[in-house]
Design a protein around this ligand. Structure first.
Ligand SMILES: Nc1ccn([C@@H]2O[C@H](COP(=O)(O)OP(=O)(O)OP(=O)(O)O)[C@@H](O)[C@H]2O)c(=O)n1
Ligand SMILES: C[C@](O)(CO)[C@H](O)COP(=O)(O)O
Length: 380
């Protein structure tokens, strides 16, 4: 069959609820999940699916004027109940023969689930994903178990629930009461509904704690950044070198615009690098006299604050100093503790170590000290 004969499919994503059970001050679908509004996750999956030609987002009339940044979709005003919101979305669809109805509150929907529903629709009037009930089921009364209920043949319903548009539109228009979902409406109209495999990832966010569970289940929702930094300072006059916040006695000092703490500079640049936020020179230009002789801790504090402001925790810092002398080993622990204190990181997450360059190159000839560093930043 050529593409021209494939039935066109629209998606109705309902996002007009108030999210009262989730709390949080604003409706859950506009709250952040892994750096995006919750509703944006499902919208992006449907918009990117090659089998979906149109996405309608149903929102509460009070939210219509103040929506966050979302993937492109036609916006329609919803109703008092989920069913009324679905009907508003269905009425707005144009030129499609099939429809997938999805809760914005299910951010973990995947292309595979959509594929399974669409494939089932090739052979059935309706299809929906679900997971079998695996826990024992009880009926409770007054805080006690009144009876065990058989779980045989019981399923946990998910969305997207898929239908042929004309049939589900007519079914919704005719449905008299409040349905749990669109499958209930379809069955009331006599449609047979196929069950396709759902996924734990496709959970619905209902309570506040579900946000954390969804972020964990979605895995990729965790944003991990790795940055590296490298710096070199030449030896000059002096009787000590500043390395990772510790003054180490030496017969020469390090030359530089600031206190020339080569290790701290590499660590600071690693954090900026992980953030995609330039380098020390961009934030503290050497042409600016106010940074002459400055303590390098100022730079590290700045980078760490920018990481936190962007929502990242500094999960780890690792610095390698490259020099023949002074000997770093006796000071490495104090240096790690100093970096940890300045960056506001647990001491066990910071490492300072050293190597020589086997007397090769500028560090081998004791012309200067080099440092390289890695920073790991985590969000979510
Ligand atoms: N009048 C309504 C009610 C619900 N929904 C949508 O239906 C989905 C499933 O509903 P539920 O999880 O119960 O969301 P809320 O009604 O927002 O939650 P609560 O009952 O806690 O207020 C959600 O995406 C929700 O936005 C809707 O579009 N219109
Ligand atoms: C449609 C649904 O997602 C199926 O599981 C669910 O019924 C909607 O949420 P609610 O909490 O029952 O309103």
């Amino acid at each position: 069959m050529s593409d021209a004969h494939l039935p066109r499919t629209g998606a109705v994503i309902v996002a007009a609820g108030r999210g009262l059970r989730a709390g949080g001050g604003i409706p859950k679908q506009w709250r952040d999940l892994a750096g995006r509004p919750l509703a944006a996750h499902a919208m992006a999956v449907f918009a990117a699916h090659p089998g979906v030609s149109e996405v309608v987002l149903v929102v509460h009339p009070d939210d219509q004027g103040a929506l966050p940044a979302l993937p492109a979709a036609r916006i329609v005003a919803g109703g008092e109940t989920r069913g009324a919101s679905v009907l508003a979305g269905l009425e707005a669809l144009d030129e499609v023969e099939r429809v997938l109805i999805h809760d914005a509150a299910r951010p973990g929907v995947t292309a595979e689930i959509i594929d399974a529903v669409l494939e089932a629709l090739d052979h059935a009037p309706a299809a929906a994903p679900a997971l079998p009930v695996t826990d024992a089921l009880w009926r409770g009364a007054e805080g006690a178990v009144a009876e065990t209920v058989s779980r045989d043949g019981l399923w946990r319903a998910q969305t997207p629930q898929g239908f042929h548009l004309g049939a589900i539109l007519a079914a919704h228009r005719a449905y008299p009461g409040m349905a749990a979902d669109d499958v209930e409406v379809a069955r009331a109209a006599g449609m047979e509904v196929r069950i396709v495999p759902g996924s734990e990832r496709n959970m619905k966010i209902t309570e506040a704690a579900d946000f954390d569970r969804a972020a964990r289940l979605m895995g990729g929702a965790m944003d991990i950044r790795l940055g590296n930094g490298f710096d070199v300072h030449r030896f000059g006059d002096g009787d000590h070198v500043m390395l990772c916040g510790v003054a180490v006695p030496h017969e020469r000092g390090l030359a530089g615009h600031s206190d020339a703490d080569v290790g701290m500079h590499a660590v600071t640049d690693a954090i900026y690098g992980a953030l995609g936020d330039g380098d020390i020179g961009r934030h503290f230009p050497p042409s600016d006299p106010q940074w002459k002789g400055a303590e390098s801790r100022i730079f590290l504090v700045h980078a760490a604050e920018r990481a936190r402001a962007a929502g990242y925790a500094i999960s780890h810092l690792d610095c390698t100093l490259i020099c023949e002398r002074p000997k770093i080993g006796p000071h490495a622990q104090a240096m790690a503790a100093a970096l940890a204190g300045i960056a506001g990181v647990e001491p066990g997450r910071v490492s300072v170590k050293a190597t020589t360059s086997e007397r090769l190159g500028f560090t081998g000839r004791e012309e200067g000290i080099a440092a390289l560093a890695t920073a790991t930043l985590v969000k979510g």
